[in-house]
Ligand binder design. Structure first.
Ligand code: GDP
Length: 519
């Protein structure tokens, strides 16, 4: 198989959603289509309704298969599918954001009963910045949800992306008859019990559904869409400017397969990626990739870690020698893991779009580039994401101050957490995207550096960076706290939206930027 052929087969994507929209349920269906699992429905009965990263481990245990917690990889029809899990719920952290830099497209699930929810907006913004294609699956059509037209306009208004429904629901909840598949020119009848019946549009007049009042309503809506809706454009989908929208029910396994098949057609294979030396095409002969996530072994007896590497160009072969762009160090990649959901555990080869796990004897940092051959370059540095929660931190026992300093330096460099110092007092403030980051930080400081910490919560804050080189410091106080980040750049931590707005109105000469939008 040629390199080009392997690349064109690859579809690497993440599923983003607000908790409970149906990500686990949908992912499970996709794994089922990929014959990774033999039946579905094991996780949905979980009482708490909450699923963490360990869900896949659970599935793995129950089904006796090898699905790792973060990457699910399987062949499907002519494609090679890589699904990257974006940890949500209490596991929400910078890792969640960074994972989105390693995918080529994104599926956004929206709960039809709730519409666009906060966590979806946050994740969506990151995807939007990268200009990657976004596909929308509106879920839970078997329940009474919001009007489809209303949902579309919410997506357009709140997220600022144009939408194009490739299918349209015929009723919902108790009156849910099925979907009108505009793309495949069929009507798919909902029969419950994971059953569906496909009726080609050309035969629809002979079917009783064609005279059903709910179907007639649907046709009215479709006429409206045809006239007033957006034009479909593959190019705009690929640029992330237009999102194809699908309706269905993950739980009833309705509309999921047609969604998946169509999605795979339109989703892009790996594209050229930016480096400090220009674009590198996936077809480039030399293997290259970058590390987007490092997972420490939480077992203190084993200090080893796994670095998650996204292959960006060339072919990876186990045992090959590469160099670490940052330091020039040459490394032989022997201990590598695959995330193939079939039996293999070590990976012998991988192609652009694939994710491999590289054993990390403490030499890698998040964002590191690995390259085969003489050329040297760095994949675009991963953006820092603005933290949302802040805590002052100090060491419990002052005798441990030295280990405290060392531990913080190391963990901050690793990207586990963000470091700030309060201006003047130099008090250390840690910033995180999610709660879990503090917990992991605390745990690792204890386990790896034997340091116990004391935290004072500053709660959720809105960080904004100051662009001015010179400014007066007398306007700041505890509600708009002046801090410096780890690169000594000044930032302000605002107590809430109100203090932020008040400050902006009254201190017009201070120019504030939102890190996320600047990147
Ligand atoms: P996640 O938090 O996004 O992973 O959401 P889950 O997949 O765990 O789903 C959350 C809840 O919604 C579970 O109780 C699911 O059974 C339920 N759910 C998921 N998809 C559907 C659907 O299509 N219809 C209905 N009625 N419930 C669904």
């Amino acid at each position: 198989m040629s390199l080009e052929h392997e690349i064109n087969k690859r579809r690497t994507f993440a599923i983003i959603s607000h908790p409970d929209a149906g990500k686990t349920t949908l992912t499970e269906k996709l794994l089922y289509f990929g014959e990774v699992i033999r039946s579905t429905g094991t996780v949905k009965g979980k009482k708490s309704g909450k699923f963490a990263a360990s869900d896949w481990m659970e599935i793995e245990k129950k089904r006796g298969i090898s699905v790792t917690s973060s990457v699910m990889s399987f062949p499907y029809h002519d494609f090679h599918v890589n699904i990257l899990d974006t940890p949500g719920h209490e596991d929400f952290s910078e890792d969640t954001y960074r994972t989105l830099t390693a995918v080529d497209s994104v599926v956004m699930i929206i709960d039809s009963t709730k519409g666009v929810e906060p966590q979806t907006i946050k994740l969506f913004k990151v995807c939007r910045l990268r200009g990657i294609p976004i596909f929308t699956f509106i879920n839970k059509l078997d329940r009474e949800g919001r009007e489809p037209l209303e949902l579309l306009s919410e997506i357009e208004d709140v997220l600022g992306i144009e939408s194009y429904p490739l299918n349209w629901p015929i009723g919902m909840g108790k009156r849910f008859l099925g979907i009108y598949d505009r793309y495949n020119e069929t009507v798919v009848r909902f029969k419950g019990n994971e059953e569906e019946e496909v009726i080609p549009l050309k035969d629809i007049d002979q079917d009783e559904i064609s005279t059903h009042p709910v179907y007639l309503d649907t046709k009215g809506e479709l006429e409206l869409l045809d006239e007033a809706g957006n034009e479909f454009s593959t190019e705009r989908v690929r640029k992330g400017e237009l999102t194809p929208v699908f309706f269905g029910s993950a739980l009833s396994n309705f509309g999921v397969q047609t969604f998946f098949d169509t999605f795979l057609q339109f989703a892009v294979p790996p594209q050229p990626r930016k480096t400090d030396q220009g674009l590198i095409a996936p077809e480039s002969e030399a293997f290259s990739g970058y590390i987007f996530k490092i997972q420490a072994n939480m077992n203190p007896a084993h200090r080893d870690r796994i670095a998650f590497l996204r292959v960006c160009s060339g072919k990876f072969e186990r045992g090959m020698s590469v160099h670490l762009s940052r330091t020039g160090k040459v490394i032989k990649l022997n201990q590598t893991q695959t995330f193939m959901a079939k039996d293999r555990e070590t990976v012998d080869e991988a192609y652009p779009g694939d994710i491999i796990g590289v054993y990390d004897p403490n030499i890698y940092q998040i964002g590191d580039t690995l390259i085969e051959g003489k050329e040297n370059y760095q994949y675009d540095e991963l953006p820092q994401f603005p933290p949302e929660q802040f805590r002052k931190v100090q060491v419990k026992n002052v005798m441990k101050a030295k280990s405290f300093k060392k531990g913080i330096e190391q963990l901050v460099q690793e990207g586990a957490i963000q470091l700030f110092r309060q201006d003047l007092t130099d008090t250390i403030i840690l910033g995180a995207v999610g709660q879990l980051q503090f917990e992991v930080f605390e745990y690792r400081m204890k386990a790896e550096y034997n340091v116990e910490l004391e935290f004072i919560s500053l709660g959720e804050r809105i960080p904004r960076w100051i662009k001015n080189e010179k400014f007066e410091k007398r306007f700041f106080d505890s509600r708009s706290m002046l801090v410096r980040d780890r690169f000594d750049a000044y930032a302000v931590l605002f107590e809430n939206e109100f203090t932020y707005r008040y400050f902006k109105e009254n201190q017009k000469e201070i120019e504030l930027v939102d890190l996320l939008e600047e990147n």
